[in-house]
Design a protein around this ligand. Structure first.
Ligand SMILES: Cc1ncc(C[n+]2csc(CCOP(=O)(O)OP(=O)(O)O)c2C)c(N)n1
Ligand SMILES: [Mg+2]
Length: 280
């Protein structure tokens, strides 16, 4: 285990089957072999040594992991309303190379996990702590660090309401990201896991179209996507104006989710109630 944090998201909600006492763990400031803890063995030093050891140890090359192909949905007609399946398929087809994809905790991160990133691209997210609101400031940082790249942010309406004011900084610094705001009437990922009808999953509906201008983004392209055709033309528009920030309100159904999240919650539902309670 190298820098591994054993959390709900990194273990499929604690369904990991390995025995931690039989593991070798390299952590930030210590190492552990079984029960023996070696304090002050730093991760960077441990990795350097590990690289040296593996270089000379003559390990066979790791076999490529067989990732099943996700069946592409049938091409959606222009007027068909968007759902997650269509949204991620269209995004996949559009993503340019050398992109930093920034995916917020929520349905966005689960959808992004099924993307095949184009060449020389990265996925930025933080599935360990899943602190919502992280990705707007993270996109600001990524955009400032690599001005040659155009970040593509996918973020839910609930998460965006926490740190949306940082878009002001993004626009002020002249960054030109493509922001896909998933407007699905609240905390859909939470609804999928537990209590879909609870009032605490609701959020205040905002008039998203006004947000970029209110935060100083006078020249932002503000677009709407409620159908497959509108999404395609919004993405085309974004591609044709690489110097402009683009803010697309993507309307998705309240109770729809990406394939992986549907699968995860289906399996969770078949586990004993006790373990599901631990999540709450
Ligand atoms: C700071 C913080 N508060 C609350 C949570 C619990 N939480 C995880 S995802 C989520 C809802 C996200 O909703 P939204 O951003 O609208 O995404 P959706 O799943 O609807 O696409 C909440 C409340 C959290 N992870 N971090
Ligand atoms: Mg939402």
């Amino acid at each position: 285990m190298v820098g591994t944090v054993v959390s709900d998201f990194t273990t499929g909600f604690f369904t990991q089957a390995f025995d931690p006492t039989a593991a070798v763990e390299l952590a930030l400031d210590h190492a552990r072999i079984g029960y023996a803890v070696y304090p002050e063995v730093r991760l960077d030093d441990a990795l350097e040594v590990l690289a040296r050891v593996t270089a000379t140890a003559g390990f066979a090359a790791a076999e490529a992991i067989d990732v099943p192909d996700v069946a592409a949905p049938a091409p959606a007609a222009d007027e068909s309303p968007l759902d997650h399946s269509v949204f991620w398929h269209e995004l996949q087809g559009w993503l340019p190379r050398e992109t930093t994809v920034v995916a917020e905790a929520g349905t966005s991160f689960y959808g992004a996990l099924d993307l095949r990133l184009p060449e020389r691209s990265d996925l930025l997210g933080q599935p360990v702590w899943s602190s919502i609101g992280y990705t707007i400031p993270a996109m600001l940082g990524a955009g400032l660090a690599r001005r040659d790249r155009r970040p593509v942010l996918i973020i839910g309406d609930g998460a965006a309401q926490l740190t949306v004011q940082e878009l002001g900084q993004v626009f002020h610094h002249g960054l030109a990201p493509v922001i896909l705001l998933i407007d699905n009437a609240g905390y859909t990922v939470e609804r999928m896991i537990q209590s879909p009808e609870a009032v605490y999953q609701d959020i205040v509906p905002w008039n998203w179209r006004l947000i970029p201008a209110a935060l100083g983004g006078a020249r932002v392209r503000v677009l709407e996507a409620t159908t497959a055709g509108e999404l395609r033309s919004a993405l085309d528009d974004a591609a044709s104006a690489p110097e402009d920030a683009v803010f697309v309100r993507v309307q998705l159904p309240r109770d729809d989710a990406p394939r992986l999240l549907v699968e995860l919650t289906r399996r969770l539902a078949t586990r004993p109630t006790e373990s599901v309670k631990e999540l709450a």
